[in-house]
Each structure stands twice: as structure tokens, then as C-alpha cells.
Write a protein that binds this ligand. Structure first.
Ligand code: PLZ
Length: 437
């Protein structure tokens, strides 16, 4: 069933039916699960989310960077139907199926570097990151893990400790996992320009390089505010790791699979990570994650040391094969780059004319506006919230993020129709001028 690719606002947003369903949700679900826009969804596809009141919202969030190929891409849906009709589950640790191996082979081929690789599949992004740490520790025999400011790696006990932001991710949930060390990232907007030296200094003098199992880095910090590290920083970090026997792990859960204009964001600087974590876009909407990496590192874990009941579920693997095919056949990495070229100049123009826009950044179809108090760099989360609300009320679904909650981020489906994208960006530009101009 095809969905008209046009923004249509029929009711107030959220509409009456959504409000009714949301009231029920509040009785049945704890408030700990936050909500960006309390609108209930009827169906979705391409760049449109249709709600239960018949509104067509333009999707600039992709369910947090997941539905890059669209939320009902036929290559994904058909494979899911076919696989679910044959079997839904066996547990890959009990009996095997080829879909798992096929996804592994695809990731081994697609990820940077022509060395021999292996892939282990899991279910969530946090699980992939957590397993990358376990594998790094097993391989090196070392305990310490290095992460960065603005980092987001998940909500499990270990990944919560690796995540930087206290509220809401860590507040009241301690004690935290030990042996996690945080260093500044080369943040071009708020940084000092001395982060590379600081990184090497802290690792050498405070942690001890021979105690460090891995450095885990997002090539572009996602939840932390779409912070793109200064050019060269990650390359120097990865070289330092190689020189010191430290496993360099790229957390490409949000950036991976064509989002930033390359298949993987590390390719932008020609970096070849030892391990690379993927999830989100990989499963085309179904829960699937992966750790892909050097065979000698991946093979260092004892038999039975990796796994999970649902890890690499066959229906999710079928979806992933459809998503990867859609990404490759439609060359969605190039499409992501085009989206960036189309939208970035419009955001830059805003930054040049609206003092509350402190910074505009991102790559490909991963773009952001950071709001500040005019005349300085003091974060203005209230402005980001107000801009998001203005967009939501007019049928444009944008997400916020950032260490200071003052960033609007754009993560459109890579297949989005350009007329629809332009219309949504018009609304965003109007929102910024009205709310912050
Ligand atoms: N690593 C880089 O972006 C998930 C978080 C949503 P899971 N980001 C969305 C929320 O508030 O819970 C993410 C990420 C990076 C790891 C993860 C974790 O992925 O699939 O949510 O576990």
C-alpha cells in the first residue's frame, strides 16, 4: 500500500485519537519511557509517518536513525514475510541458518579494510558495544576502556557507564561499571584544540597504555549532539591505538550503513577500525546489531563466550539482507551525501542570520543545529525545544539531542523525496526564524 509522499495536517498534532491513546498509555506504561511526540502511528513509508488521525508527518528522525531505507521498504518487508512463514527462531547457538552467515559475510565485505574479518550478530546497539568491550578485553588481557565526552553507547550497565550524559541516562542508576575512563573529544565548537595531546597524555600518565583494552569512539557523536570531531583527531587516536596494542572500536551504531554519505563514517578519513559496531539501519527496522572485526581479535574469545537467545534472529537477518540490498542497489550513501549538499547550505544561511544558531554541523544525512543564547556559547535547550514543538505542530517530525539538550538533529530516511525534504526544511527554517530570530 503506497503512502502519498506529502505533508498533510488534518487535525491539531497530536490529534484527538492520539490523545486518547496516549492517555491510555499513561495508565499502562511507566513514565520512565520518555516521548518526543505523543502521536500514535498507523503506517509509515518513504519519508512519511501516517498517524491515527490521518496526519502525514514528514519523518526527519527515522526512529532514531533506523529506517534509512524507509519504514516499509518492499525488499525488507517481503523477506521478513518469507522468513517468518518458514521459521521465526531457532537460536543460532542451538541450530544454524544461513541468513545469519549471509549478513556476517556482507558486513565482513562492506566494512573498511581488506584484512580477514569475522562478524558476530546481536540484537541491540548497546549489546554490540558491550560485546566489543568483552572481545577487546579477552584479546588484550587488559581491563581499561577509554571513551569520550559527548559519548552515547547505550543503557545497559556497562554501556551506561560508557555514556557521558548524566540526565536522563545515568541519574539514580549507579554504581557504575569500573575501568571506564573519559577523555575530551576534539569538539570544534566548544573544544580547546589541544584534545589530541590531552588524549595521549591521559592514556600514558593516568591510565597506563598497557592496561587499556580498547578505545571506543563514535565517528560523529550521535545522542551527544552530532559533534563531528576536528579533522585528523580520530585518525591520530586510531594510530595511537595501533602503536600501543589497544583495540580501536568504532561505534557506528548511529553513523553506519550509508547515513553520513559513506557506507561507514570512519571511511571519510580513511580510518580502518579493529572492531566496528553496527545496529539501527542494519536491520531495516528489525532489531539486529553486529560486531565486525579483525579475525585474530574476534577469534580470541573462548567457545561459548559470545551469544544470546535472540542474537542474530532469523527474521531480523532477513530484514537486514533486504536493507543492505536496498542501500547498495539504490546507492543510498551517495543519496545521503546529496541530502547533505541540499540541506546544509540552508542551515548555514540560518546560522549566518540568526544569532541563536550557534553552530551548524554534520555530514550527509546526519545534520544538526545547535542553539545558544545570542552573542555567546551558553546552551539554550529551551530554544531547541520550542523549535521542535513548532515543527511537530506543523507535521515535521524532528528530534533533539546533545549533551546540553540544545540541538535539533535531522536524520531523514535516505530515500526521502526531495520535494518533501525541501518542504520539511522550509518548516524548520520558518520555525527557527519565528522562535529564535
Ligand atoms: N551507540 C552511537 O546512537 C543508540 C538511543 C535512544 P540501542 N542511540 C539511540 C535512547 O534514548 O535509548 C545508540 C547509539 C550509539 C549505541 C547505541 C545503543 O543502541 O540499540 O539503543 O541499544
Amino acid at each position: 500500500m503506497s503512502i502519498e509522499q506529502r505533508r498533510i495536517v488534518r487535525t491539531e498534532i497530536p490529534g484527538p485519537r492520539s490523545q486518547e491513546l496516549h492517555a491510555r498509555r499513561q495508565r499502562e506504561v511507566p513514565p520512565g519511557f520518555g516521548i518526543t511526540l505523543p502521536v500514535f502511528v498507523e503506517r509509515a513509508g518513504g519519508g512519511i509517518v501516517v498517524d491515527v488521525d490521518g496526519n502525514h508527518l514528514v519523518d526527519l528522525g527515522c526512529g532514531i536513525a533506523v529506517t534509512s531505507v524507509g519504514a516499509s521498504e518492499p525488499r525488507v518487508v517481503d523477506r521478513v514475510r518469507e522468513q517468518a512463514g518458514r521459521f521465526t527462531h531457532t537460536c543460532f547457538m542451538v541450530t544454524e541458518y544461513d541468513g545469519y552467515v549471509e549478513v556476517a559475510a556482507k558486513l565482513n565485505r562492506l566494512t573498511p579494510g581488506d584484512h580477514e574479518k569475522r562478524t558476530a550478530l546481536f540484537t541491540t546497539g548497546a549489546e554490540a558495544v558491550e560485546n566489543a568491550v568483552k572481545i577487546s578485553r579477552a584479546y588484550t588481557g587488559r581491563p581499561a576502556v577509554v571513551v569520550f565526552d559527548h559519548a552515547y553507547h547505550g543503557r545497559t550497565s556497562l554501556t551506561m557507564a560508557m555514556t557521558a550524559k548524566q540526565m536522563p541516562y545515568k541519574h539514580s542508576f549507579g554504581p557504575f561499571s569500573p575501568e571506564i575512563y573519559r577523555v575530551p573529544t576534539a569538539d570544534p565548537f566548544r573544544g580547546t584544540g589541544t584534545e589530541t595531546e590531552r588524549f595521549m597524555d591521559v592514556l600514558r600518565t593516568q591510565i597506563g597504555v598497557d592496561r587499556i583494552a580498547c578505545v571506543v569512539a563514535e565517528p560523529i557523536a550521535g545522542e551527544g549532539g552530532f559533534v563531528v570531531p576536528a579533522p585528523g583527531f580520530l585518525r591520530q587516536v586510531s594510530e595511537f591505538c595501533r602503536e600501543n596494542g589497544i583495540v580501536f572500536v568504532a561505534d557506528e551504531v548511529q553513523t553506519g550503513l550509508a547515513r553520513t554519505g559513506d557506507m561507514f563514517a570512519v571511511e571519510h578519513e580513511g580510518i580502518v577500525p579493529d572492531l566496528i559496531c553496527t545496529a539501527k539501519a542494519l536491520g531495516g527496522g528489525l532489531p539486529l546489531s553486529a560486531v565486525t572485526g579483525r579475525a585474530e581479535i574476534m577469534d580470541s574469545v573462548h567457545v561459548g563466550g559470545l551469544g544470546g537467545t535472540y542474537a542474530g534472529n532469523p527474521v531480523a537477518c532477513a530484514a537486514a539482507l533486504g536493507a543492505i540490498e536496498a542501500i547498495e542497489e539504490q546507492n543510498l550513501a551517495a543519496r545521503a551525501a546529496e541530502i547533505g549538499e541540499r540541506v546544509l547550505p540552508r542551515l548555514r544561511e540560518l546560522a549566518g542570520t540568526v544569532p541563536a544558531v550557534g553552530d551548524v554541523r554534520g555530514r550527509g544525512a546526519m545534520l544538526a543545529l545547535e542553539f545558544v543564547e545570542p552573542g555567546g556559547k551558553t546552551p539554550s535547550p529551551a530554544t531547541a525545544t520550542a523549535v521542535a514543538r513548532y515543527c511537530h505542530e506543523r507535521g515535521v517530525l524532528v528530534l533533539t539531542c546533545g549533551t546540553y539538550s540544545n540541538v535539533i538533529r535531522l536524520l531523514p530516511p535516505l530515500v526521502i523525496d526531495f520535494a518533501l525534504l525541501d518542504d520539511a526544511v522550509d518548516v524548520l527554517v520558518e520555525a527557527v526564524r519565528k522562535v529564535a530570530g
